[in-house]
Design a protein around this ligand. Sequence first.
Ligand code: UFG
Length: 330
Amino acid sequence: MARTYLVTGGAGYVGSHVALALAERGDRVVVLDNLSQGHRAAVPEGAELVVADLADRHAVAEVFAAYRFEAVLHFAALSLVGESMREPLRYCAENTANSLWLAEAAVKAGVRKFVLSSTAALFGAPDRIPIDEEAPVRPGSAYGESKLMVERGLAWADRVHGLRSACLRYFNAAGADPAGRLGEDHRPETHLIPLAIDAALGRTPPLTVFGDDYPTPDGTCIRDYVHVTDLAEAHLRVLDRLEEGSCRYNLGNGAGHSVREVIAAVERVGGRKVPHVIGPRRPGDPPVLVASSERLRRETGWTPRFAALDDIVRTAWAWRERHPGGYGDR
Ligand code: UFG
């Protein structure tokens, strides 16, 4: 029998790719999204969409009353590092309260499994690369702090209520559904790959590279770009793994690429130059963030299908080129 999953933020970038993966394997998906960032058109066919805000606890309770969920997968959150440094209290208050009341509603409804979309921003500027699950957590932003508080709340929910949780610390989610059904459409867009593509397509002014004086081989920041479809696959595997108990995983490709390398990949894939200028550093950007996903690989058998940067960029380019206005709903 098909199982039913609640996917909060399932109309957003990562959430929609996970909702699609669940729907494709025959599961029933209920998306809960306030559409502040999400897009109606990103909700996969067959999934039900409930438009509601997580802060509306009455609406959330109604959703839990209407379905019997196998698990909750929680993506809905404020997620901009820069914005969180201008509005730290809002980030800590909203992300934490919304997530923990959601977990409370899940517990009350008898749901046993909870998957949290967490972040590499937990690690601030790490001492060691690659970053494994034993690395000390010391967020360098209010965004990271808010996710850490949620992870801690979930640990208590396991201890007291037996709610099994998986905290997945994503590194840089990138790319788009390889079949072209879904893509990345943030408003405003702040992420490197879509911005570089738009600059190459002449849709925006030149890209600004945030600093070229970092202690890295070419002076620009190094990140671990992991394909969003590989991220989605990791969620499916982790759901199975939750039978054995709570877990937390760092989720990346394990390979670092500098901003200049990303620009070169976009130029190779798109066959066009990426006009760019060098600007100042962006506050809060650590020089290098690369994940060790050894534990995830070992314990769930996950392995990325789109490990090569060019493959990631190719899927992003294909969607963005075909969708100049994104999902076109704003
Ligand atoms: N960058 C530029 N110019 C731009 C945009 C980005 O040079 O216009 C650089 C950034 O400085 C950074 C890299 O490109 O070095 C990647 O930046 P993104 O904004 O695409 O991604 P981040 O690494 O800042 O953020 C991602 C997630 C966050 C998460 C964080 C963890 O989007 O949610 O990783 O470090 F918190």
